[in-house]
Design a protein around this ligand. Structure first.
Ligand SMILES: Nc1ncnc2c1ncn2[C@@H]1O[C@H](COP(=O)(O)OP(=O)(O)O)[C@@H](O)[C@H]1O
Ligand SMILES: [Mg+2]
Length: 247
């Protein structure tokens, strides 16, 4: 087995009485994708906040490439290889797609001018956005704005790519395109993908972790997780996969 890129141990975090992480631990190697599911408020986005450093855990350890990240500020973690694609893309709308990605390479990875331009070009190529490089980012379709989020993420040459519901709000056909893209990206990076669309995770994730009230209930192959009684129970009355795909 490959050595883990990411090792998370005993992560705890609470906001007052709201526990968003309780003894959360898992590992991830390069080329692997870990899916994350759980009802709204389960602590999924909070997990990403803890990994990227926008929130500090009350206890626990986060190692990236063997290096402890807890206590390091966001920009240091970014430079050590942590990249996040946000649930709601917020590009600079008046800047070109290329300039948005170049800015991510400059400020995220700390690259010099020529290197940043090169990284941006490669990231656009990889995400299928070269055709839109000169367009103002504000004019992109939702799918292309999601691609742009991914391009910004990989422009900083990360070890770990965090995807927060990048398939949310897309049509079924667009979801398929996003699935193809993430499958491609996972060849080069370790990927954690928070997603409600079960079939999308099934097509890409090696394992799926289930979070509920900040606790990890399961971490198994996607099929096993989706069929598990635990998951059926916690999703009772929650939107189904079909609802999510139709939304
Ligand atoms: N900075 C914060 N301060 C207080 N409560 C927070 C904060 N961040 C998240 N929460 C709460 O923690 C819970 C988990 O949130 P979140 O991780 O965003 O859930 P989700 O699994 O839907 O992504 C929610 O109840 C949310 O309101
Ligand atoms: Mg969330």
């Amino acid at each position: 087995m490959k050595p883990p890129v990411l090792q998370v141990r005993g992560l705890h975090k609470a906001y007052g009485k709201i526990v968003v992480a309780e003894a959360v631990g898992f590992e991830l190697a390069a080329g692997e994708c870990l899916g994350v599911i759980g009802p709204n408020g389960a602590g999924k986005s909070s997990l990403f906040n803890l990994l990227t450093g926008t929130a500090e855990p009350d206890a626990g350890s986060i190692r990236l490439g063997g290096r402890e990240l807890v206590g390091l500020p966001v920009h240091r973690r970014a430079r050590l290889g942590m990249a996040r694609a946000f649930q709601i893309p917020q590009p600079f709308p008046h800047l070109s797609v290329f300039d948005n990605v170049r800015a991510a390479a400059t400020f995220g990875a700390g690259l010099g001018k020529a290197q940043a331009a090169e990284a941006a070009g490669a990231a656009l190529e990889r995400t299928g956005l070269s055709r839109a490089a000169d367009k103002p980012a504000g004019t992109l379709t939702l799918l292309d704005r999601k691609r742009l989020e991914l391009a910004k993420g990989i422009a900083s040459a990360p070890k770990l790519l965090l995807l927060d519901e990048v398939a949310g709000g897309l049509t079924e056909r667009e979801v398929q395109q996003m699935v193809a893209l993430v499958r491609e990206l996972k060849k080069a990076y370790a990927v954690i993908w928070i997603e409600h669309i079960a079939h999308a995770l099934k097509a890409v994730a090696d394992r799926v972790m289930v979070l509920h009230f900040g606790r990890k209930l399961l971490e198994e192959r996607p099929q096993a997780v989706l069929e598990s009684a635990v998951v059926r129970e916690i999703y009772m009355g929650m939107p189904t996969d079909a609802d999510a795909a139709a939304a």
